[in-house]
Design a protein around this ligand. Structure first.
Ligand SMILES: NC(=O)c1ccc[n+]([C@@H]2O[C@H](COP(=O)([O-])OP(=O)(O)OC[C@H]3O[C@@H](n4cnc5c(N)ncnc54)[C@H](OP(=O)(O)O)[C@@H]3O)[C@@H](O)[C@H]2O)c1
Length: 269
């Protein structure tokens, strides 16, 4: 699988803010961008990518299909529209954004349509997001030999998702951690601050290194160039076993979950 271990997230970022963030990120050396149809910023990202001078082959672009587009025809048409906005012939990775377990469109339909999008060359790889273990098993059945490149899920020091992580490891399925910084909460945490101080780092870098050391890809977002730059340097930080044990102790379980829209979420593991 080729999902890069580090990318920039773009949730909540729009218009000139997303233009500036993506432009800064590319200048700083980011080579993976995470967007979604639902973020309403694909066109701005496409504009920046086209003008960046960074060769297409060096950037890994992920988008996600939003639930209103889950019917087969809508999924394919909406992905073509995403490609137009992103000014690309093919995205690197397309995810089903949320499983929507009680929605009108069954997983068999949207997963088959996603595999069809891959076969048509609209996306190089496919994956899912916010899927639980049962959903992943079902996806495996529907997709047969077509590989799932990742399951992008909320994982941070306060929500470590251990059952899902164990299942993914057992199945050889790659995970991407989103909201790795718990949307900034790690910055004020005394344990994270102490570990950071011991390494001459900051708590954001510690959280990112913690996730990467478990094999997850990360896609932190920031509106500030210095934070984008600092976050990228987390790749040079190596945490000790004792650091990892201390962060394991920060788990708060379900109470710490941030993203969980009632209409779209599965029963969390
Ligand atoms: N698949 C899904 O359903 C899903 C759901 C949520 C998110 N995501 C993806 O995951 C990405 C990351 O999630 P997120 O953006 O919600 O949360 P996040 O990356 O955990 O946190 C972003 C927040 O942390 C702050 N921050 C970042 N770096 C910092 C630093 N070095 N020092 C201090 N503060 C820092 C940012 O503030 P500043 O702007 O002030 O730096 C921002 O408020 C999203 O952008 C999106 O691409 C996917």
């Amino acid at each position: 699988m080729t999902v890069p271990k580090f990318g920039v997230g773009t949730f909540r970022l729009k218009d000139d803010v997303v233009r500036r963030v993506v432009s800064d990120a590319l200048e700083l050396g980011y080579r993976a961008i995470d967007t979604a149809q639902g973020y309403d910023n694909e066109a701005e990202i496409g504009e920046v990518l086209a003008g960046s001078g960074v060769p297409r082959s060096e950037v890994y672009v992920t988008t996600k299909i939003k639930p209103p587009n889950y019917r087969r025809d809508a999924l394919l048409a909406s992905l073509r529209e995403s490609l137009e906005k992103l000014r690309l012939e093919q995205v690197d990775l397309t995810l089903i954004h949320w499983p929507v377990p009680n929605g009108e469109v069954r997983p068999e339909e949207y997963l088959s349509a996603l595999a069809e999008a891959r076969a048509l060359g609209l996306t190089r790889e496919i994956g899912v997001s916010n899927f639980n273990i049962a959903g992943l098993r079902q996806a495996r059945e529907v997709l047969g030999d077509v590989p799932l490149a990742t399951n992008q899920v909320e994982i941070h020091p306060y929500l470590q998702n251990r059952r899902l992580v164990a299942f993914a490891q057992e199945q050889g399925l790659h995970l991407t951690s989103y909201m790795t910084l718990a949307v900034g909460k790690v910055m004020g945490d005394p344990v994270m601050q102490a570990i950071a101080a011991a390494h001459g780092a900051n708590p954001a870098q510690v959280a990112l290194a913690w996730a990467m050391q478990q094999g997850f890809s990360v896609i932190p977002s920031s509106t500030k160039r210095e934070n984008l730059a600092g976050n990228l340097r987390a790749q040079d930080l190596h945490l000790t076993d004792e650091d990892m044990r201390r962060i394991a102790g920060l788990e708060e379980g379900e109470a710490a979950r941030i993203a969980s829209p009632e209409s779209a979420r599965p029963v969390w593991d």
